[in-house]
Design a protein around this ligand. Structure first.
Ligand code: IMP
Length: 437
């Protein structure tokens, strides 16, 4: 069994908790794109883990975790995260953590270039995490990137760093910053790369063998559908493909070996960074946005930026369901809405007085969009920790059913709090079969 798990909105849907729950049933958890721009918060008892590069399965000692070929890896961030997880008593040895020899490395000049690129864009900036993700993928597509396997050879590493830095420094200097020095980069990188060596693996082969041995594999997407470089709100996107097709490429797994796709959807929407957000709560709705931000702790787990909050966008989410082919959806953060009198759901868009029901390709259009809302009554009852669907207040049940109908996919799991056991799994759902098979 190979299941892909993908955020349906602009990220931060609560994938971490769901992956962590499902990981119990799987042998291997692999990421397939992105890098340490991700931030998954996972709570286990009194321990909180913020995972950036690592798949959420890493906190389960008996799981093997894979960083796939589609990822970009900052070696410094990699070891900082390993050290933090170890401090909390979890083993992270090369026996249970495999890094693709084909993944690309993020170098210090990528971080510097991320800054200059954002500066250059001024008001049009993307609002990136400034982790060097975009520039590392640019080098990959430009066929000058440094793959993990290249870095294992000191001569190749030196040659590539010197050559790439020459180009990078031209831009860095143009923006009035100090040029970086190749010898300093090599001095910093060489011991890190040596420490990385035992983790390096031909991960697509490893995953193929695991599948043949009937191991269960979970492919964990980072960021989310509407941040996909092809399908998202371009150019306000990340530089990789979180969507289901990206899982096949980024983990090196044939598409027809993937058995199911799970979408993670939050009961409302948020976005960090710039870019269009049709259902954003703006003037007149600041109080609701603040309430949701506080109740839902909507602050970036990596950058700590307050997240922009908005109503549920059924058009965007249906688009995500169609693109990814969701078999089931996990709906997160139901309890956050307990305090609201009424809930708006965007069921269509209007541009220049014309109604559209699809997600347009031009980000300019998205800015001009007038969402068409349907308003549903709130439930004003505490749902925190409820584990049976029948125990939910009627209006909460109706809200869940409404979203499911609009997205066109079953809701198989409802999260009613941050803890593992604050979860409802719907009976006879596809989701239930993944938990029980
Ligand atoms: P980058 O991935 O750092 O290049 O940032 C590109 C865009 O994706 C920015 O709008 C970021 O805020 C957003 N982004 C990147 N990673 C995440 C994430 O894990 N959650 C939510 N937004 C993200």
């Amino acid at each position: 069994m190979i299941i892909v798990i993908i955020g349906a909105q602009w990220g931060d849907e609560g994938k971490g908790k769901v992956v962590d729950l499902l990981a119990d049933r799987f042998d291997i958890v692999s990421r397939y794109q992105g890098g340490h721009n991700a931030g998954h918060s996972v709570y286990v008892g009194d321990k909180a883990f913020v995972l950036r590069l690592m798949p959420s399965g890493i906190i389960h000692q008996d799981k093997t975790c894979v960083l796939g070929n589609g990822m970009v890896i900052d070696p410094k961030a990699f070891f900082e995260e390993i050290d933090q997880i170890r401090e909390k008593g979890v083993d992270v040895s090369p026996e249970r953590l495999k890094v693709s020899s084909r993944a690309h490395l993020i170098m210090p000049y990528h971080r510097a270039l991320d800054h200059t690129s954002e500066e250059r864009l001024g008001n049009e900036k993307i609002g990136t995490t400034l982790r060097g993700i975009g520039p590392a993928y640019e080098d990959k597509a430009g066929r000058r990137g440094i793959r993990v396997a290249d870095a294992m050879s000191p001569d190749v590493l030196k040659l590539r760093v010197e050559r790439n830095l020459e180009e990078a420094n031209r831009i860095i200097v143009l923006f009035g910053q100090q040029p970086l020095r190749a010898d300093e980069i090599l001095e910093e990188m060489t011991p890190l790369v040596e420490r990385l060596r035992p983790y390096v693996c031909e991960t697509s082969h490893f995953l193929a063998e695991a599948r043949k041995a009937n191991k269960k594999i979970l492919l964990e997407g980072a960021q989310a559908t509407l941040l996909d470089v092809d399908h998202g709100t371009y150019p306000y996107v990340t530089s990789s493909n979180p969507t289901a097709g990206g899982a096949s490429v980024g983990a090196g797994i044939p598409p027809h070996h993937i058995t199911g796709v799970l979408g993670i959807v939050r009961t409302y929407a948020t976005r960090v960074g710039e870019g269009p957000f049709p259902t954003e709560m703006l003037e007149g709705e600041e109080d609701v946005a603040n309430l949701i931000r506080e109740r839902g702790n909507e602050y970036g787990s990596v950058t700590k930026r307050p997240r922009r909050c908005g109503w549920f966008d059924a058009v965007g989410t249906r688009y995500a369901a169609e693109l990814n082919g969701f078999d089931s959806v996990a709906l997160t953060k139901l309890d956050v809405l307990d305090a609201l009198d009424e809930l708006k759901v965007c069921i269509g868009y209007e541009i220049d007085g014309k109604r559209i029901d699809t997600f347009p390709a031009v980000s300019h259009d998205l800015r001009q969009i007038k969402p068409v809302y349907e308003t549903l009554p709130g439930w004003k009852t505490d749902t925190l920790g409820i584990t049976n669907f029948e125990d939910l207040p009627d209006n909460a049940k109706k809200y869940v059913q409404f979203l499911s109908d609009r997205i066109g996919v079953e809701i198989g799991l409802i999260s009613t709090g941050p803890e593992r056991d604050q979860t409802i799994i719907l009976k006879e759902s596809v989701m239930e079969s993944w938990f029980t098979s």
